[in-house]
Ligand binder design. Sequence first.
Ligand SMILES: Nc1ncnc2c1ncn2[C@@H]1O[C@H](COP(=O)(O)OP(=O)(O)OP(=O)(O)O)[C@@H](O)[C@H]1O
Ligand code: SF4
Ligand SMILES: [Mg+2]
Length: 386
Amino acid sequence: MSPRFGSAAASETPAGQPGGAHAAGPRAATDRPVDGQPVLQVEDLTVAFPTEDGVVRAVRGMTYSVAPREVLGIVGESGSGKSVSSMAVMGLLPRSAQISGRIVFRGEDVLSMSPRQQRGLRGRRVSMIFQDPMTAMNPVYTVGDQLAEAVRSHSAVPQKVALKRAKEMLDLVGIPQAEARLRAYPHEFSGGMRQRAMIAMAIINDPDVIIADEPTTALDVTVQAQVLDTLMSVKDAVDAAIVFITHDLGVIAQVADRVLVMYAGKPVEIGTTAEVFTKPLMPYTAGLLGSTPSAEGSRAGERLRPISGAPPSLISLPPGCPFGPRCPLAREDCRASEPELRHRPAPGTTLPVVSRDHLAACHHSDELLAAEDPTRFFRAESEVTP
Ligand SMILES: Nc1ncnc2c1ncn2[C@@H]1O[C@H](COP(=O)(O)OP(=O)(O)OP(=O)(O)O)[C@@H](O)[C@H]1O
Ligand code: SF4
Ligand SMILES: [Mg+2]
């Protein structure tokens, strides 16, 4: 199977903006993208919300690690638990949330830290960029004051010093006339500029990890590419790792070293972006790849192959594999037990070798591995009878 997203979204870096290293094409993925101890580890994280209708099991065992400077993409349909798992890492979930598992930052267990220690970590060593900056920024304070406050909440420096740092950050993210822009309010910025200001806010304390939750989804395609480019450039400038959440596989192809695919609150596949995109081992991943337009696919006249049906209710999951009711490979054993996320070694020499770090949760991964194009297990739009 050829990579479907080799020429994902074109990216133009306007004059005066930093970097541009990613404008030319997709990021090269390697087997082990970055050496070194993980900067962030999430281990068997579960999050449940008791509601009147029952308990919503939003995250049911999320495990991943992020190496220094690595970009981990998290992808999955709406409601799969991408944001809730990240909000748990940031300590931003409502009180009603029942959380278990471990969140380890540079070897320290975050959930067992005091609230003060957690505050010291979050926003400084781990920061977050949200989809909609208007909800993350306060409309009644200037952008400069908000950036300065982000500095002063973690270090006792005078306002003047914090504002100087704020201006440097606005410069770094490519906001022209940064000095004057410090005095503007968020609503006076365009959508792209606001998202750049959010990026400035996320990097102002020189974090080790940035969690970016759909940071470009609300922007139009051209601005999206520019903001993405800015994010990847400043990431290199501050030497941070990124957990990049999106539903857009084209964006993942551009930015991520590794990708984690989520379904019904759980990771169902994880591996290097190159391997997951070319050798998906879980039908849901293959379905996502087949249902996403790609520049190469459209050139070849390929038809989209959507995944039919809808994700399950997180209050009452189906027995066995939660993807079963939508899976073209499903059979009896799939209803009997939910597959674990683990390495799926090729049993015979005829199947391609799967790297040790490529894990999947499917009883029948070998069938995908043996297929020339696993997306073809799903029917093309024109083959679906109305
Ligand atoms: N406070 C809450 N109370 C009850 N259920 C919640 C709460 N917050 C989130 N959920 C549920 O948890 C599940 C996961 O939500 P989450 O926001 O993580 O999805 P997502 O993968 O980020 O989706 P999207 O792509 O739409 O952003 C959803 O079913 C959602 O309705
Ligand atoms: S375990 Fe069965 S139902 Fe689940 S993804 Fe694999 S083949 Fe499909
Ligand atoms: Mg979300």
